[in-house]
Design a protein around this ligand. Structure first.
Ligand code: ADP
Ligand code: 5GP
Length: 215
């Protein structure tokens, strides 16, 4: 089976980073494409693990050199997915998990049509606000920007193949994991399916002939 890209999108605070981290801990068939961003590092975030933290000049130079499979401005900062990161993960035989906003997801799926698009929804507006506040990473102004963007992002949900409500974290992780399992056995992803089926038919025909000859 060919490994494929999996994109998680969600309004900020819905829990996609938490879900992605847990899936990566639990599944050895997944790898993470580390994005680039020009936003400030949050406490606990590590450069090169959570994001490649770039200056605006560095980001624009990478963009102009064609290094990004997609890029977008989100909440007033640049974010982008490096082509070489995606290729590194896929070449290692793992599905490439990404956390990308709705504009970027659309661009990326245009370039990589076998991408699986999963939208994570919060169970309610109240819960989303509580989670964003609980994370403690946004001041009032930045919080409002993220909430306004949430309204636009949720409107894009119908472009996605799957929708998972992140109410109970464990259930949400399991649902996304099930999506990946199901996608892996889709007939167009099964390696050399025609040859496999052809060989099976030939074997069965032999068996039938044997029975008919009374062997
Ligand atoms: P996102 O990456 O979508 O912006 P995060 O993964 O950073 O969101 O989650 C936002 C906050 O909500 C974090 O503090 C996280 O621990 C918390 N959180 C995520 N999922 C759940 C859940 N199912 N129940 C309760 N808290 C959650
Ligand atoms: P955060 O700043 O909370 O980590 O992420 C903010 C938003 O940027 C989220 O919607 C997240 O999905 C998005 N994002 C993260 N990495 C990328 C990326 O590489 N490309 C795009 N287009 N969006 C990204």
């Amino acid at each position: 089976m060919r490994p494929f890209p999996v994109i998680l999108s969600a309004p900020s605070g819905a829990g996609k980073t938490t879900i992605a981290k847990k899936l990566l801990e639990r599944r050895s068939d997944l790898g993470y494409s580390v994005s680039c961003t020009t936003r400030d590092r949050r406490p606990g975030e590590v450069d090169g693990r959570d994001y490649n933290f770039l200056t605006v000049d560095q980001f624009l130079a990478e963009r102009d050199a064609g290094g990004f499979a997609e890029w977008a401005q989100v909440h007033g900062h640049y974010y982008g997915t490096l082509r070489r990161e995606v290729q590194r993960v896929l070449d290692s035989g793992r599905h490439c998990l990404m956390d990308i906003d709705v504009q970027g997801a659309r661009q990326f799926a245009g370039a990589f049509p076998d991408t699986v698009l999963v939208f994570i929804l919060p169970p309610s507006g109240e819960v989303l606000l509580r989670r964003l506040n609980g994370r403690g990473s946004e001041n009032r102004e930045r919080l409002l920007v993220r909430l306004h963007n949430a309204l636009a992002e949720i409107g894009d949900v119908a472009r996605y193949h799957y929708v998972v409500v992140n109410d109970e974290l464990e259930l949400a992780i399991e649902r996304v994991s099930s999506v990946i399992d199901a996608e892996a056995v889709r007939h167009d992803r099964v390696h050399a399916l025609e040859e496999q089926v052809g060989a099976l038919i030939a074997q069965l025909e032999q068996e039938i002939n044997g029975i008919q000859r009374g062997e």
